[in-house]
Design a protein around this ligand. Structure first.
Ligand SMILES: [Zn+2]
Length: 173
């Protein structure tokens, strides 16, 4: 079945395109290194706001489930090759959905909808956690320990924790 919301956003884009300003091609953009920030896609967590990001900060924001970089190592490599990266920051947050989910529940969900995979999903890890501070350290370590990522870039990785109640950000790594 075709998605109704997809049809709706195509309709909205058609209207908005009338005021669209053409974007430059990639080769017309400055190829100075970027900073990559991983952050959760939780709608309560808007890094542009709580980190005070500015348009000239040259930040590439990657929003994933819980802000884990676990499934994005090749994205780091690709952007580093294409434009260059000079720093990576992993930002986690309090009350993250990853604290309300378990890897086992995710495996059960997969098998429930595809019983043929029973017994074949035991090594699936979704970076859920019961301790967000520890998970911040582990997510930083995923990048730091990856031989696919340039050594100098690995040395720049930090891990921050955003408190959704106070708005403050602490450095964990
Ligand atoms: Zn989250």
């Amino acid at each position: 079945m075709a998605s109704l919301f997809a049809s709706e956003v195509i309709r909205r884009a058609e209207i908005l395109s009338k005021d669209h300003v053409p974007q430059p091609n990639l080769e017309e953009l400055p190829m100075t290194p970027l900073k990559m920030i991983f952050c959760c896609f939780d709608p309560r967590v808007l890094p542009e706001k709580f980190l005070g990001l500015k348009s000239d900060d040259r930040v590439l924001l990657v929003r994933t489930a819980s802000g884990t970089p676990a499934r994005n190592i090749l994205d780091i490599v690709a952007i580093d090759r294409l434009v260059g990266l000079n720093e990576i920051i992993v930002v986690k947050h309090t009350d993250c959905g990853a604290l309300h989910m378990t890897d086992e529940a995710i495996r059960e969900h997969i098998v429930k909808h595809n019983p043929a995979l029973a017994g074949k999903v035991n090594d699936i890890e979704a970076q859920t956690t019961t301790n967000i501070t520890e998970r911040t350290r582990l997510d930083v370590e995923i990048i730091k320990s990856s031989p696919l990522v340039r050594k100098e870039l690995r040395a720049t990785v930090s891990g921050l924790l955003y408190d959704i109640k106070t708005g403050k950000v602490d450095r964990i790594v």
